[in-house]
Design a protein around this ligand. Sequence first.
Ligand code: R5P
Length: 288
Amino acid sequence: MKVVGGSASVPLAREIARELRAAYVEVAFEKHPGGFPDGERYVRLLGSVADEHVVLVQTTHPDPMIVEFLLLTDAIHDAGARRLTAVVPYFGYGRQDKRFSEGEAVSAETIGKHVAVAANELLTMTIHNPDILKTFPVPARDIDGIPALGRYLKNTDVDLLLAPDGNAIRFAKTASAICGKPYDHLEKERIDSYTVKITPKKLDVRGKSVAIVDDVISTGGTIATAARELRSQGARRVIAACVHGLFVGKANVNLRVCDEVIATDTVQSPYTKVSVAPEFAAAIRALG
Ligand code: R5P
Protein backbone atom coordinates (compact mmCIF):
# COMPACT_ATOMS: atom_id res chain seq x y z
CA MET A 1 0.00 0.00 0.00
CA LYS A 2 1.16 3.55 -0.76
CA VAL A 3 -0.26 6.89 0.33
CA VAL A 4 -0.45 10.03 -1.81
CA GLY A 5 -1.49 13.41 -0.43
CA GLY A 6 -3.06 16.25 -2.40
CA SER A 7 -1.82 19.71 -1.46
CA ALA A 8 -4.88 20.34 0.77
CA SER A 9 -4.03 17.32 2.91
CA VAL A 10 -0.28 16.64 2.96
CA PRO A 11 0.21 16.61 6.77
CA LEU A 12 -2.80 14.30 7.31
CA ALA A 13 -1.76 12.02 4.43
CA ARG A 14 1.73 11.68 5.96
CA GLU A 15 0.17 10.84 9.33
CA ILE A 16 -2.09 8.22 7.75
CA ALA A 17 0.95 6.68 5.99
CA ARG A 18 2.79 6.59 9.32
CA GLU A 19 -0.18 4.93 11.06
CA LEU A 20 -0.44 2.34 8.29
CA ARG A 21 3.36 1.87 8.02
CA ALA A 22 2.91 2.51 4.29
CA ALA A 23 5.27 4.40 1.97
CA TYR A 24 4.37 8.03 1.26
CA VAL A 25 4.70 9.08 -2.38
CA GLU A 26 5.77 12.69 -2.79
CA VAL A 27 3.99 14.86 -5.36
CA ALA A 28 5.24 17.97 -7.16
CA PHE A 29 2.47 20.58 -7.29
CA GLU A 30 4.33 23.14 -9.41
CA LYS A 31 5.86 22.66 -12.84
CA HIS A 32 7.84 25.86 -12.42
CA PRO A 33 8.50 27.74 -9.16
CA GLY A 34 5.39 29.76 -8.36
CA GLY A 35 3.06 27.52 -10.35
CA PHE A 36 1.12 28.42 -13.47
CA PRO A 37 0.46 32.16 -13.75
CA ASP A 38 -3.25 31.57 -14.37
CA GLY A 39 -3.63 29.54 -11.16
CA GLU A 40 -4.26 26.19 -12.88
CA ARG A 41 -3.22 23.15 -10.83
CA TYR A 42 -0.43 20.72 -11.73
CA VAL A 43 0.58 17.36 -10.26
CA ARG A 44 3.43 14.91 -10.87
CA LEU A 45 3.95 11.75 -8.82
CA LEU A 46 7.57 11.56 -7.70
CA GLY A 47 7.52 7.84 -6.83
CA SER A 48 6.21 4.61 -8.32
CA VAL A 49 2.66 3.38 -7.63
CA ALA A 50 2.65 0.56 -10.23
CA ASP A 51 0.63 -2.47 -9.04
CA GLU A 52 0.00 -0.79 -5.67
CA HIS A 53 -3.11 -0.22 -3.60
CA VAL A 54 -2.95 3.58 -3.40
CA VAL A 55 -4.69 5.70 -0.78
CA LEU A 56 -5.22 9.22 -2.10
CA VAL A 57 -5.91 11.77 0.64
CA GLN A 58 -7.31 15.10 -0.49
CA THR A 59 -9.89 17.46 0.98
CA THR A 60 -12.13 18.92 -1.75
CA HIS A 61 -12.01 22.49 -0.46
CA PRO A 62 -11.38 25.10 -1.73
CA ASP A 63 -12.47 24.48 -5.33
CA PRO A 64 -8.99 24.14 -6.93
CA MET A 65 -8.44 21.15 -4.63
CA ILE A 66 -11.23 19.33 -6.53
CA VAL A 67 -9.33 19.82 -9.78
CA GLU A 68 -6.13 18.62 -8.11
CA PHE A 69 -7.98 15.56 -6.80
CA LEU A 70 -9.12 14.68 -10.34
CA LEU A 71 -5.62 15.17 -11.76
CA LEU A 72 -4.17 12.92 -9.04
CA THR A 73 -6.68 10.11 -9.63
CA ASP A 74 -5.75 10.01 -13.33
CA ALA A 75 -2.01 10.29 -12.62
CA ILE A 76 -2.31 7.36 -10.17
CA HIS A 77 -4.27 5.23 -12.65
CA ASP A 78 -1.98 6.07 -15.56
CA ALA A 79 1.02 5.09 -13.41
CA GLY A 80 -0.44 1.57 -13.07
CA ALA A 81 -2.00 1.45 -9.58
CA ARG A 82 -4.16 -1.65 -9.11
CA ARG A 83 -6.56 -0.13 -6.56
CA LEU A 84 -7.41 3.42 -5.51
CA THR A 85 -9.01 4.31 -2.19
CA ALA A 86 -10.08 7.95 -2.11
CA VAL A 87 -9.97 9.59 1.32
CA VAL A 88 -11.77 12.95 1.28
CA PRO A 89 -11.27 14.24 4.85
CA TYR A 90 -13.57 17.25 4.35
CA PHE A 91 -16.11 16.84 1.60
CA GLY A 92 -16.59 20.31 0.14
CA TYR A 93 -20.14 21.01 -1.15
CA GLY A 94 -21.54 18.41 1.28
CA ARG A 95 -23.94 20.89 2.86
CA GLN A 96 -25.97 21.41 -0.35
CA ASP A 97 -27.34 17.89 0.08
CA LYS A 98 -30.78 18.45 -1.45
CA ARG A 99 -32.68 20.70 -3.83
CA PHE A 100 -33.86 23.37 -1.39
CA SER A 101 -35.45 25.38 -4.26
CA GLU A 102 -36.49 24.31 -7.74
CA GLY A 103 -33.70 24.62 -10.30
CA GLU A 104 -30.82 24.15 -7.85
CA ALA A 105 -28.06 21.59 -8.29
CA VAL A 106 -27.72 18.98 -5.55
CA SER A 107 -24.06 19.97 -5.23
CA ALA A 108 -23.04 17.11 -2.90
CA GLU A 109 -24.28 14.57 -5.45
CA THR A 110 -22.58 16.36 -8.34
CA ILE A 111 -19.19 16.49 -6.62
CA GLY A 112 -19.56 12.89 -5.41
CA LYS A 113 -20.37 11.68 -8.89
CA HIS A 114 -17.17 13.16 -10.27
CA VAL A 115 -14.61 12.64 -7.52
CA ALA A 116 -15.62 9.06 -6.70
CA VAL A 117 -15.83 7.73 -10.24
CA ALA A 118 -12.13 6.92 -10.64
CA ALA A 119 -11.79 5.33 -7.18
CA ASN A 120 -12.61 1.80 -6.04
CA GLU A 121 -14.08 3.18 -2.82
CA LEU A 122 -14.32 6.48 -0.99
CA LEU A 123 -13.99 7.38 2.68
CA THR A 124 -14.98 10.75 4.03
CA MET A 125 -15.52 12.21 7.49
CA THR A 126 -18.46 13.70 9.39
CA ILE A 127 -20.19 14.63 6.14
CA HIS A 128 -23.28 16.82 6.61
CA ASN A 129 -25.67 14.10 5.38
CA PRO A 130 -24.19 10.59 5.15
CA ASP A 131 -27.24 9.46 3.11
CA ILE A 132 -25.82 11.37 0.14
CA LEU A 133 -23.05 8.75 -0.07
CA LYS A 134 -25.63 6.24 -1.34
CA THR A 135 -25.83 8.26 -4.57
CA PHE A 136 -22.07 7.95 -5.26
CA PRO A 137 -20.95 5.62 -8.08
CA VAL A 138 -18.69 3.51 -5.80
CA PRO A 139 -19.02 2.27 -2.19
CA ALA A 140 -18.60 5.26 0.11
CA ARG A 141 -18.42 5.43 3.90
CA ASP A 142 -18.60 8.22 6.43
CA ILE A 143 -16.10 8.05 9.31
CA ASP A 144 -16.87 9.82 12.57
CA GLY A 145 -14.33 12.58 13.31
CA ILE A 146 -15.84 13.59 16.65
CA PRO A 147 -13.93 10.93 18.67
CA ALA A 148 -10.71 12.78 17.82
CA LEU A 149 -12.14 15.90 19.49
CA GLY A 150 -13.26 13.79 22.46
CA ARG A 151 -9.68 12.51 22.88
CA TYR A 152 -8.35 16.07 22.88
CA LEU A 153 -11.00 17.41 25.28
CA LYS A 154 -10.39 14.58 27.74
CA ASN A 155 -7.06 16.18 28.65
CA THR A 156 -8.43 19.70 29.18
CA ASP A 157 -10.10 21.50 32.08
CA VAL A 158 -13.49 21.47 30.28
CA ASP A 159 -16.49 20.96 32.62
CA LEU A 160 -19.30 20.83 30.05
CA LEU A 161 -19.76 20.22 26.31
CA LEU A 162 -22.35 22.30 24.48
CA ALA A 163 -24.05 21.62 21.14
CA PRO A 164 -24.89 24.98 19.51
CA ASP A 165 -28.06 23.52 17.93
CA GLY A 166 -30.24 20.41 17.84
CA ASN A 167 -28.32 18.94 14.90
CA ALA A 168 -25.07 19.06 16.88
CA ILE A 169 -26.43 17.17 19.92
CA ARG A 170 -25.17 13.89 18.42
CA PHE A 171 -21.66 15.40 18.17
CA ALA A 172 -21.66 16.59 21.79
CA LYS A 173 -23.03 13.21 22.89
CA THR A 174 -20.27 11.25 21.09
CA ALA A 175 -17.52 13.55 22.40
CA SER A 176 -19.04 13.33 25.90
CA ALA A 177 -18.89 9.51 25.86
CA ILE A 178 -15.16 9.69 25.07
CA CYS A 179 -14.01 12.54 27.31
CA GLY A 180 -16.38 11.75 30.18
CA LYS A 181 -17.82 15.30 30.53
CA PRO A 182 -21.56 16.05 30.53
CA TYR A 183 -23.27 17.82 27.62
CA ASP A 184 -26.16 20.21 26.97
CA HIS A 185 -27.47 22.05 23.90
CA LEU A 186 -28.90 25.30 22.57
CA GLU A 187 -31.51 25.90 19.84
CA LYS A 188 -30.36 27.77 16.74
CA GLU A 189 -32.26 29.31 13.86
CA ARG A 190 -30.32 30.16 10.70
CA ILE A 191 -31.36 33.57 9.30
CA ASP A 192 -28.93 33.60 6.33
CA SER A 193 -25.42 32.31 5.45
CA TYR A 194 -23.83 34.78 7.87
CA THR A 195 -26.43 35.18 10.63
CA VAL A 196 -27.86 32.78 13.20
CA LYS A 197 -30.23 33.36 16.11
CA ILE A 198 -29.86 31.34 19.30
CA THR A 199 -32.89 30.88 21.56
CA PRO A 200 -31.79 31.84 25.09
CA LYS A 201 -31.92 28.90 27.49
CA LYS A 202 -30.76 28.69 31.10
CA LEU A 203 -27.59 26.61 31.29
CA ASP A 204 -25.63 25.56 34.36
CA VAL A 205 -22.38 27.22 33.23
CA ARG A 206 -21.58 29.89 35.84
CA GLY A 207 -17.83 29.72 36.59
CA LYS A 208 -17.41 26.74 34.28
CA SER A 209 -15.19 25.94 31.33
CA VAL A 210 -17.40 25.04 28.35
CA ALA A 211 -16.49 23.53 24.97
CA ILE A 212 -18.90 24.19 22.10
CA VAL A 213 -18.76 21.16 19.80
CA ASP A 214 -19.83 21.27 16.13
CA ASP A 215 -19.04 19.49 12.87
CA VAL A 216 -18.08 22.61 10.89
CA ILE A 217 -16.93 26.13 11.70
CA SER A 218 -17.35 28.21 8.57
CA THR A 219 -17.84 31.93 9.27
CA GLY A 220 -17.79 31.29 13.02
CA GLY A 221 -21.24 32.91 13.31
CA THR A 222 -22.81 29.90 15.05
CA ILE A 223 -19.96 29.55 17.54
CA ALA A 224 -19.79 33.30 18.26
CA THR A 225 -23.52 33.49 18.97
CA ALA A 226 -23.37 30.45 21.28
CA ALA A 227 -20.20 31.75 22.97
CA ARG A 228 -21.83 35.14 23.71
CA GLU A 229 -24.80 33.32 25.26
CA LEU A 230 -22.40 31.31 27.44
CA ARG A 231 -20.50 34.44 28.48
CA SER A 232 -23.75 36.21 29.37
CA GLN A 233 -24.61 33.27 31.63
CA GLY A 234 -21.25 33.52 33.43
CA ALA A 235 -19.11 30.85 31.73
CA ARG A 236 -15.49 31.26 32.87
CA ARG A 237 -13.87 29.84 29.75
CA VAL A 238 -15.28 29.13 26.28
CA ILE A 239 -13.63 26.73 23.84
CA ALA A 240 -14.79 26.10 20.26
CA ALA A 241 -14.13 22.60 18.91
CA CYS A 242 -14.91 21.38 15.40
CA VAL A 243 -13.95 18.61 13.02
CA HIS A 244 -13.80 20.79 9.90
CA GLY A 245 -12.41 24.30 10.42
CA LEU A 246 -13.00 26.34 7.27
CA PHE A 247 -12.61 29.74 8.96
CA VAL A 248 -13.92 31.85 6.08
CA GLY A 249 -14.95 35.51 5.93
CA LYS A 250 -14.79 37.19 9.34
CA ALA A 251 -14.25 33.91 11.23
CA ASN A 252 -11.10 35.12 12.95
CA VAL A 253 -12.93 38.20 14.25
CA ASN A 254 -16.05 36.22 15.22
CA LEU A 255 -13.99 33.68 17.13
CA ARG A 256 -12.24 36.28 19.31
CA VAL A 257 -15.02 35.71 21.84
CA CYS A 258 -13.54 32.22 22.45
CA ASP A 259 -10.56 31.51 24.70
CA GLU A 260 -9.43 28.65 22.48
CA VAL A 261 -10.35 27.18 19.10
CA ILE A 262 -9.66 23.55 18.26
CA ALA A 263 -9.96 21.91 14.84
CA THR A 264 -8.77 18.63 13.33
CA ASP A 265 -6.51 18.23 10.31
CA THR A 266 -9.32 17.48 7.81
CA VAL A 267 -8.74 21.12 6.85
CA GLN A 268 -5.29 22.42 7.70
CA SER A 269 -5.37 25.75 9.58
CA PRO A 270 -3.61 27.55 12.44
CA TYR A 271 -6.31 26.03 14.71
CA THR A 272 -5.47 22.42 13.74
CA LYS A 273 -4.58 20.73 17.02
CA VAL A 274 -5.73 17.14 16.64
CA SER A 275 -5.25 14.54 13.92
CA VAL A 276 -7.92 12.22 12.56
CA ALA A 277 -5.25 9.92 11.07
CA PRO A 278 -6.04 7.13 13.59
CA GLU A 279 -9.70 7.17 12.51
CA PHE A 280 -8.86 6.97 8.79
CA ALA A 281 -6.11 4.40 9.31
CA ALA A 282 -8.53 2.12 11.18
CA ALA A 283 -11.12 2.48 8.40
CA ILE A 284 -8.53 1.74 5.69
CA ARG A 285 -7.31 -1.36 7.57
CA ALA A 286 -10.92 -2.54 7.78
CA LEU A 287 -11.35 -2.33 3.98
CA GLY A 288 -9.58 -5.67 3.51
C1 R5P B 1 -24.60 23.59 10.33
O1 R5P B 1 -25.37 22.73 9.98
C2 R5P B 1 -23.26 23.20 10.82
O2 R5P B 1 -23.36 22.20 11.78
C3 R5P B 1 -22.49 24.37 11.41
O3 R5P B 1 -23.16 24.81 12.58
C4 R5P B 1 -22.39 25.52 10.44
O4 R5P B 1 -21.94 25.08 9.20
C5 R5P B 1 -21.45 26.56 10.97
O5 R5P B 1 -21.43 27.65 10.10
P1 R5P B 1 -20.93 29.07 10.59
O6 R5P B 1 -19.59 28.89 11.23
O7 R5P B 1 -20.87 29.90 9.32
O8 R5P B 1 -21.97 29.59 11.54
